[in-house]
Ligand binder design. Structure first.
Ligand code: F6P
Length: 353
């Protein structure tokens, strides 16, 4: 953590706030918390539009308290978001810093996942005061037990699984449910556990297509005439080809929704086993709509903490949830590695196969 010199502390009057990367329920709760606490402490707030894109181009507006009223329960983000990456642009970090300074933004709260926070880290390393707030429905940031949006996303998966159970059982079908999770299977495992799926396929642990077929035959042999398989979009199943597009975003990530692993799996299962199979791709439904109470409460706690850190002259850090309380960790720790589903949790899900 960097403690700003006293001269810098006195000069922080305007705090910029931005939301970057994929949206997540709870972003508005965080924007509201950052802003409300800033106003209370006597600062001004600039709402920066569309993540780092707005910081690069100066697309921002001065917030009044009315701008952040009535947004606690809203999904999406009133600021808009993007996957723009200044680090990849020629002189991108330098230009972003120059633009923020010319707009009179003395410090920044960046709300985002590993991509957004890695840009925040680059700005911090260039001497600009930035504090992060962890957000991603993928829940894969290290050094935090909470990421904005994950709790709501799991709730949406669970509701879908409850509904799919009844129709799967009525028709004696195999239901393949594709959920988000680029590098990790947090949404799949937690959703599958709470929603009672009988097989969860995630990027962390390798399973072959043959294992899936064997699983389905075993269940039929035991008289269980339907099956619910949750598959994370980023999974690689040995023996299963996917033929979707391979488009990438500004951070170099393949757009997995176009890869179609759920669809490929469902077609192969039906062809191989003869069991009637359907696929449901939950996609962006998992990121839409109103945040859960947990997301609202923690987005609020972390948003307030982020503003207080800047107010106290602390930068290059992120407030996180640890052991049920707010802790503060360096930005670098949060983006150092991808937090993966531990074996024990995965094994727990397999108890119910
Ligand atoms: O960043 C989180 C995430 O939800 C991933 O799980 C998913 O692959 C990606 O976003 C989808 O993003 P987009 O909105 O660009 O399709």
């Amino acid at each position: 953590m960097v403690r700003l010199p006293d001269s810098a502390r006195l000069s922080i009057v305007r705090i910029g706030v931005l939301t970057g990367g994929g949206d997540a329920p709870g972003l508005n709760a965080a924007v509201r918390a950052v802003s409300r606490r800033a106003f209370q402490l006597g600062h001004q707030v600039s709402g920066i539009k569309n993540g780092w894109a707005g910081a690069m181009t100066g697309d921002m507006s001065n917030f009044t308290p009315a701008d952040v009223r009535g947004i606690l329960q809203l999904g999406g983000t009133i600021l808009g978001t993007s996957r723009t990456n200044p680090v990849k642009e020629p002189d991108g970090v330098k230009r972003t810093l120059a633009m923020l300074k010319s707009c009179g933004v003395d410090s920044l709260v960046a709300i985002g996942g590993d991509d957004t926070l890695s840009v925040a880290k680059a700005l911090h390393e260039s001497g600009y005061p930035v504090v992060g707030v962890p957000k991603t429905i993928d829940n894969d940031l290290s050094a935090t037990e909470f990421c904005i949006g994950f709790d709501t996303a799991v709730g949406i998966v669970v509701e879908a699984l409850d509904r799919l159970h009844t129709t799967a059982s009525a028709h004696h079908r195999v239901m393949v449910v594709e959920v988000m999770g680029r590098d990790t299977g947090w949404v799949a495992v937690m959703g599958g556990l709470a929603g009672g799926s009988d097989l969860v396929l995630i990027p962390e642990f390798e399973v072959g297509f043959d294992d899936v077929v064997e699983h389905l035959h075993r269940r039929r042999g035991e008289g269980k005439d339907f099956s619910i398989i949750v598959v994370a979009e980023g999974v690689n199943l040995a023996g299963l080809e996917t033929d979707g597009e391979q488009k990438t975003d500004a951070f170099g990530h393949v757009q997995l929704s176009k890869r179609g692993v759920g669809d490929a799996l469902s077609r192969r299962i039906e062809a191989e086993t003869g069991f009637e199979t359907r696929v449901t791709v939950l996609g962006h439904l998992q990121r839409g709509g109103s945040p859960s109470p947990v997301d609202r409460i923690w987005a609020t706690r972390l948003g307030v903490a982020a503003t207080e850190l800047l107010h106290e002259g602390k930068a290059g850090v992120v407030p996180v949830r640890r052991d049920g309380d707010v802790a503060v960790v360096p930005l670098a720790d949060l983006v150092a590695e991808t937090r993966r589903v531990p074996r024990a949790l995965y094994d727990l899900a397999r108890v119910f196969s």
